[in-house]
Ligand binder design. Structure first.
Ligand SMILES: [Zn+2]
Length: 308
């Protein structure tokens, strides 16, 4: 037996049972009216197409399945394939390309592309709680990747896409944002919106952090320009955790995804943040990580339809 021989990867009813138990831990909820009482299971009519997980609401008489209102809703793919894709994407540290999903799941490339973007949406954290609450340490740093459309390649970072990431040392969670520019006020407003004022901020010596750092209970810097990474006097002062996460992100983006336009970058960031925030070093195994993504599927339908 292996992970891949679990029933929910090939038996549609088992897949429904799993997803229902994750999305409705306290029993089914009608997506039409929000009612959770007198919900009846509709027995499949063998004369007709079997609709797995079909239920009828005793209140509004509407019919529904667990796919409604979740990222699964607009797709015709069986839930077993969704779960296979979620497992592959959450278990692979650097991600899985749409071409790989297309070949492994034996679905069209177009379906694979949609599936992957919807799963990224499920991985997007809705958690807006500030990092570093209670005085914890938070690392902040920027990284640069790929190139912005229509911007000529020159020396420096002007043509690259810009990312700001924050990492809460206490929980291990990471949160990343695409930056429109590197203006100090842009970076400051994001850091202030996402980090508690009682936090101890850890950054490199970049000029903008001098001013931003003053707004927090404590601010420590390492001077990368002078090859200082961990000061001997206090080995807790560093930004090595967040830089380690950047290296996974860059290897994945370069090796697996290759081309990513700026308008989709935030989705890839959500994917890498999700895996990093649920990483093995924090005690989360592959199955727990996949199930955490399944829980994230509710209320996150994508509105666009065309791959580009
Ligand atoms: Zn209802």
């Amino acid at each position: 037996m292996s992970v891949l021989s679990r029933p929910y990867f090939y038996d549609e009813q088992a897949a429904f049972d799993l997803v229902e138990s994750m999305i409705w831990p306290n029993g089914p909820v009608c997506p039409h009216c929000g009612c959770c009482e007198n919900i009846k299971v509709i027995k499949p009519n063998p004369e007709k197409r079997v609709r797995f997980g079909l239920k009828k609401c005793g209140q509004c008489k509407g019919q529904f399945t667990v796919r409604m209102g979740a990222i699964f809703e607009e797709s015709k793919l069986p839930l077993t394939k969704w779960l296979q894709a979620i497992f592959l994407m959450t278990a692979s540290k650097k991600g899985v390309s749409a071409h790989q999903l297309h070949r492994t799941l034996e679905i069209t490339y177009k379906s694979a592309w949609f599936l992957a973007h919807r799963i990224r949406e499920a991985m997007r954290s809705g958690d807006l709680a500030p990092f570093g609450s209670g005085g914890g340490m938070v690392e902040a740093d920027e990284t640069f990747i790929g190139r912005r459309a229509g911007v000529p390649v020159r020396q420096g970072i002007g043509h690259k896409m810009k990312v700001l990431s924050l990492l809460d040392r206490a929980t291990g969670a990471k949160r990343s944002m695409v930056l429109d520019n590197m203006k100090p006020e842009t970076i400051q407003s994001i850091v202030l919106a996402n980090v508690s004022r009682e936090a101890h901020l850890m950054t490199d010596e970049a000029g903008h952090y001098c001013r931003i750092g003053k707004q927090f209970a404590a601010h420590s810097e390492v001077n990368h320009g002078k090859s200082e990474y961990v000061p001997k006097a206090d080995p807790t002062i560093h930004t090595n955790t967040i830089e380690g996460s950047f290296s996974i992100f860059k290897r994945g983006m370069r090796g697996v995804y290759q081309h990513c336009g700026e308008k989709h970058l935030h989705r890839y960031l959500a994917e890498f943040d999700f895996r990093y925030s649920n990483r093995a070093a924090l005690g989360v195994d592959d199955t727990q990580r996949a199930l955490a993504a399944v829980k994230g599927v509710v209320g996150k339908r994508l509105t666009y339809r065309q791959p580009d």
